[in-house]
Design a protein. Structure first.
Length: 221
């Protein structure tokens, strides 16, 4: 597994039970192990969250929310069928100079935000971020950097028969190549390359977008 690879995070526990039924104790122990595995997901995402907490100690509360969802264990947290809330993946998609970020005028939310979307059962949130960036921008030659860039838990209002719920959004840096000629998908009202320095001072920008802009400039400003 490469650094930042969050694949294999959520798997159904495999239990080997006796075929002859002679060893009830072994069977019950196996069932107990299955429940333990369901309530304690494998390590990598938790390790990524620990690394993130070390880097951004002021965001300990956000990390705690993500940890709690991982530990809950009743439903797949990477699936939108968990109606109370679920993990999503987003991309801080920067141009090759690192001075601009591609934002979407989100069709459903009506705000300028980073590209991203549902994991739909994929536990590799870095891969989700890259896929969503490709699908929503139409750009080729994108690459995702390992490691969490930002975390944000935000409330999504009810829409149709989908109740209001939480998105636990893991953000990753995605870098564009030579191709910057985006294509606006049905997910967006529009797309735009924005100068990152300008976002920090823009009072109309989304709070989390300004936070990511500040983080980026702290690293590369």
């Amino acid at each position: 597994m490469q650094p930042g690879d969050l694949s294999g995070e959520w798997r159904t526990a495999q239990v080997d039970t006796p075929l002859n039924g002679d060893n009830d104790a072994t069977h019950h122990e196996a069932i107990d192990r299955m429940h333990d595995a369901a309530s304690h997901p494998p390590v990598p995402l938790r390790e990524a969250l620990r690394d993130y907490a070390d880097q951004w100690p002021a965001e300990a509360e956000a990390v705690a929310h993500f940890d709690a969802l991982l530990a809950e264990g009743r439903h797949d947290p990477f699936s939108r069928t968990r109606l109370e809330g679920h993990f999503t993946g987003s991309a801080w998609l920067v141009d090759r100079t690192g001075t601009r970020v591609l934002l979407t005028h989100h069709r459903k939310l009506g705000r300028w935000l980073q590209l991203g979307g549902h994991a739909d059962g994929d536990p590799d949130l870095a891969r989700v971020a890259l896929r969503e960036a490709e699908e929503e921008s139409g750009l080729g030659g994108l690459r995702v950097e390992p490691g969490l860039f930002d975390l944000d838990r935000h409330w999504i209002p009810a829409r149709g028969d989908v109740p209001a719920h939480w998105h636990y959004d893991a953000r990753f840096v995605v870098r564009a190549g030579e191709d910057e000629a985006f294509v606006v998908s049905e997910e967006s009202l529009d797309l735009a390359w924005r100068v990152i320095e300008d976002l920090v001072q823009d009072p109309t920008a989304d709070d989390s977008v300004r936070r990511m802009a500040c983080k980026w400039l702290a690293r590369h400003g």
